[in-house]
Design a protein around this ligand. Sequence first.
Ligand code: GLN
Length: 500
Amino acid sequence: MSDLTRLTAAELAEKIHTGEVTAAEVTQAHLDRIAAVDGDVHAFLHVDAEGALETARAVDADLAAGRAPVSPLAGVPLALKDVLTTRGVPTTCGSKTLEGWLPPYDATVTRRLREAGVPVLGKTNMDEFAMGSSTENSAYGPTHNPWDLDRIPGGSGGGSSASLAAYEAPLAIGTDTGGSIRQPAAVTATVGVKPTYGGVSRYGLVAFSSSLDQAGPCGRTVLDAALLHEVIAGHDPMDATSIDAPVPALADAAREGARGDLNGVKVGVVRELSGDGYQGGVLRSFDAAVAQLKELGAEVVEVSCPHFGYALSAYYLIAPSECSSNLARFDAMRYGLRVADDGSHSAEEVMSLTREEGFGAEVKRRVMLGTYALSSGYYDAYYGSAQKVRTLITRDFAAAFEQVDVLVSPTTPVTPFKLGEKVDDPLAMYLNDICSIPANLAGNAAMSVPSGLSDEDGLPVGLQIMAPALADDRLYRVGAAYEAARGPVLDKLGELEAAK
Ligand code: GLN
């Protein structure tokens, strides 16, 4: 493996900006790595070598002309989840419905990356329309966890996290509706952040559940995630829910955290996010993380969030309801797949046959669940009740954050399971997000940072840190302090042995 793929984004940026290496060399090293291992990992649905090298060469030309780098990450390549539109570059959302679609516009996240001189290596695999926790719902086959190729890399953004753990990319973008950044981060020993809802523009993020969807940064270190978060965050008039407020200084918070201690920081352990259904190895890793936070000087108290136990049920009404409405746009008329277009079928038949063929089983299940929950006579009982629960969960967070600065829990109740183990059991699959969903429902910020390997199976475990809305900087301060004290986890992976 080329050394360049082993470096963090911050280290690569420094080497590029001081002229030690070129952005084109760094990008090529990652393209070579993808060519060597992605046959086994399958993190990418599409590799855009030419596009990435073109961006890298533009950065190199700028630097050679003596201009300052256009951003702190200029020249550092990245893997982009295939749910964000890229002009002229395939965007499938892991669905047959969008196979071959070339978006006519860039998502705001994509545009910001381009403006920041970040070469986009390609588009990463995901559960179809971001529905799932294992990438097994991708119409293009699953991604494999670099820690054990027979295991899931998490989902829906398993391609993004696996690309980091396999050293195919130093940075990645994910999206998190109920945990799709944090759960993949946890099971691959990488870092993933769900920003405050409204902190990163949703323009060009193909909608699953609009009131929950949020794009965010993924990296191998907390500082790298912070640097990327700063590139993509900020107000966007193209997104009506984008927050018009300054982005807190995230990279500074990460640097301060890594240098300092946690004296004066109050940490709340969420009582409801542990117990039955959590593996012993996960709980022991979590306890060790809490002990480490105390050693760093944090004051740790137990906090109760009594309605978190209802979060999963509320989510599986709200998210499918919004999805049933959002996915109505895939109607075989405007763009995407169209079957039975032979003149012998009515428009309604074409729509119905196309949706039958284009959507996988999980997407159909959600559309039907959501349509049912929204139907007249059931709306109040299902969707309406779920919205009330959502309010109660938001109030739980508000009460907790009156007592503490951040909340912590395991990111997931279990370590990465075997591919195929839960595909036929939707409820078992949904339970992976039991810890991550509350933050989506309330709209606040949350991070997963590696907390080590389970003493049961030697597989990665994640620590979840949650902060109030607009206080994303607290995640980075606490996350970086913890990361520095704990030491690296991913290094234990060693070199991935690609099957020859
Ligand atoms: N696993 C959850 C689901 O299937 C979360 C997905 C996500 O965050 N996009 O809905």
